[in-house]
Structures are given as C-alpha cells and as structure tokens.
Design a protein around this ligand. Structure first.
Ligand SMILES: *Cc1c(COP(=O)(O)O)cnc(C)c1O
Length: 371
C-alpha cells in the first residue's frame, strides 16, 4: 500500500524543465521577440553547435527524426526497390523511413547481448540489391560500427546511423552518428537531447551530401526561389533550436547522470533473476532495459505501485501488421521476438534521485522475492 502514493514516471520532463527554466524561458522569449520561427538564426546556431559537439562539418536541422532518415536516404541517392538492412528490433520510424524514401526494408535479427543488429546476420542478408545498412544505437547503446562498416565497405553499401536514442554516445572515441555517411537524430521531447516539440537533424562530413539534404528538407532549394528539385517541408523551428542550444550545454552531464542511475540499478538488481543490459563505456542509457520471462507480471506490479515502467518494444517489427506483406513467419527473427516478449524498461532520467532508484529497485525486488 505504501507505494500507491509514489509516482515515478518513465521520464520526468517537468523535473528537467524546473532545473533549466532560468535558461529556457529567456531563450524562448528571444525567439518570439525576433519572430524567427522557422529555420532562421536560432536553428542555425543550434546546427553549428551540434556539429561542433559531434565533431562533424555539417548538421542540418529538420522537422523530426523520421524525416532525418528519409532525407538522408534520399540524399544518398536511394532508388526505388533498393534494399536497406534494418534491425528487427527498433522503433518503426527506422524502417518506415526506408519505405518513404522508396527503398525496400530487409529486417535483420539482433544480437541477444547487445540487442542491436547482428553483424553476422547482416552479412547473410546482403543481396545484389542491397544498397544501405541502418544500424540503430538503440537504447543509447552504440552499435557495432566497426564490423558493420567493414561489411559496408566490402559490398560498397552506404551506412546511415539512427542515433535517435543516442545523442552523446561514444564509439571508439567518436560520437555516435559520426561513424558513417550520416547520422540521423530525433529530438523528440523524451530523447536524451529533446526539444519542446518535434525536431531532428542529420550530421555528416560530406559537403555534397549535406547540400542535397538541406535542399531536400527545404523544397529543393538553396535560395528563396529557383527550386532545383522537389523536396519536402521539414525544417527545424527556431523555438526548438533555441531550446536545443540550451539543453546541449547540459547533455554530457545528463548522460553521465544516466550512467550513474544505470550503475545504481545494476548494484541493486544484480542478484535477482533478471537479465540486466550489457554495459558499454559509451552507452548513454536512453532507457534501461531488463529481461525476464515474467515480464507482463513484473510490468503490472510496477505500474500498480506507481513505477512508470514500459516496453521498448512489445513487437519485433517484422511481426507487426504493418509488415504482414513481407510474409515473415513467427520464428524468423527469434532473438527480436523473444526480446519483445521479455524486455521491460525501468525509469531512467538524469534527475532520478537515490530515493527513487531505491524505490524502483525495491519494487522489483519485492516482486521477485514475494515481499
Ligand atoms: C524516436 C525515434 C525515431 C524517430 O524520431 P521522431 O523524431 O519521433 O520522428 C527514429 N528512430 C528511433 C530508434 C527512435 O527512437
């Protein structure tokens, strides 16, 4: 009963706003004062800052993370029917973007330890039509870029990172999103670096690709008129740019705090019959994902006791109705399917207090120990 009053959400954006209100409010006011709402100086400033943070030449702000993937694929030159390898366990935006860009989605099962695209299975999935691989740094855990880039090099494929859950993650001394042709980011409010609405970006070192992406995201133009091709309308808002500039200053410290929460969970939960996420020095724990055969019961127990646990994601993508037409059968992606049935995400955010961590861990413990 004692737990009923406690409420620990999966993410707490209110706590974050309270901590940075003094920076956010004037930043928003200055955008409004200059009515710089779409693209413009505040969006451009964030693009520069994020490019510098990542250590790349170009950052192109777009409307959201899904569009970032679409314009990057189109900018690379994806053609109708080109096959693109995508992990079977990710948010649907990754595969959706392939279809929106005219490509064909080819799912690849994930590795049971990293829960990310399995490089051996990716190699086995390559055909003459394969043009690109999209590794996803899912949950903030860096993908195996060395091996996937090796595979890409061998078959002359484009690599495009989905870094929507991994702003600030580090892979061999480089930031996630800078280890391929382009890195695609979402700044959906709940991400490690989140805007106050929809926003996204593409990062790349390639001058020509950057220019094509910028055109594609802005009606195929570089100047006001004189459209050089058809593109779309997907630009970064000034208000979002201003929010992101403020938050970027805190990102590394927030990611450190997330790693501390992850370490605290590890300490408190390691003796329970629960599989904890594999660590990686560059992991930024967008979510903290545990595994248990009793997932549904544990989820119900936590939710009943005020803990906002959730599932990322309850279905392997090939099992969704949206991908019925691909004709996959149960068991075609055994690892992703098993994970979808056994994974559970515990609350993790930088502002989570020691007391809250103790409470969440205590609830997990009481579930397994029947207290
Ligand atoms: C959030 C997310 C996206 C899409 O981003 P939006 O900004 O919501 O369009 C893409 N891929 C992954 C893995 C995500 O988590």
């Amino acid at each position: 009963m004692e737990g009923k009053a406690v409420k620990i959400p999966l993410v707490d954006l209110k706590a974050q706003y309270a901590a940075i209100k003094d920076e956010i409010d004037p930043a928003l006011a200055s955008v409004i004062a200059r009515t710089a709402f779409v693209a413009g100086p505040f969006a451009a400033k964030f693009e520069e800052e994020f490019a510098a943070y990542l250590g790349v030449k170009h950052c192109i702000g777009v409307g959201n993370g899904t569009d970032a993937l679409v314009v990057a694929l189109r900018g690379l030159g994806l053609k109708e029917g080109d096959e693109v390898l995508v992990p079977a366990l990710t948010f649907i935006a990754t595969s959706e973007a392939v279809t929106m860009a005219g490509g064909r989605v080819v799912f690849v099962d994930v590795d049971p330890e990293t829960r990310l695209m399995d490089p051996d299975l990716a190699a086995a999935a390559v055909t003459e039509k394969t043009r690109a691989i999209i590794p996803v740094h899912l949950y903030g855990r860096p993908a195996e870029m060395d091996r996937l880039c090796g595979l890409g090099g061998q078959h002359r494929l484009w690599l495009l990172e989905d870094g929507a859950q991994a702003q600030g993650a580090i892979i061999g001394g480089r930031r996630a999103g800078t280890c391929s042709s382009a890195g695609c980011f979402s700044f959906y409010p709940g991400k490690n670096l989140g805007a106050y609405g929809d926003a996204g970006a593409v990062a790349t070192d390639d001058d020509e690709l950057a220019e094509r992406i910028r055109m594609l995201a802005n009606h195929g133009r570089l100047a006001k008129y004189g459209h050089l091709m058809e593109g779309t309308n997907s630009r970064l808002d000034g208000l979002q740019g201003a929010v992101l500039s403020v938050k970027l200053r805190h990102l590394d410290q927030w990611n450190q705090a997330r790693r501390k929460v992850a370490a605290a969970y590890r300490e408190r939960l390691s003796d329970l019959p629960l599989k904890l996420p594999q660590d990686h020095p560059g992991h930024v724990y967008h979510v903290f994902v545990v595994e248990t055969d009793r997932r549904d019961e544990l989820l119900a127990h936590l939710n009943e006791n005020g803990v906002g646990a959730s599932i990322h994601y309850p279905d392997a993508l090939p099992r969704l109705k949206a991908y019925q037409h691909l004709g996959h059968k149960p068991g075609d992606f055994p690892v992703a399917e098993k994970l979808a049935a056994t994974i559970l995400s515990l609350p993790i955010y930088p502002e989570l207090t020691e007391e809250q961590i103790d409470y969440v861990a205590g609830q997990v413990r009481s579930f397994f120990q029947g207290a």
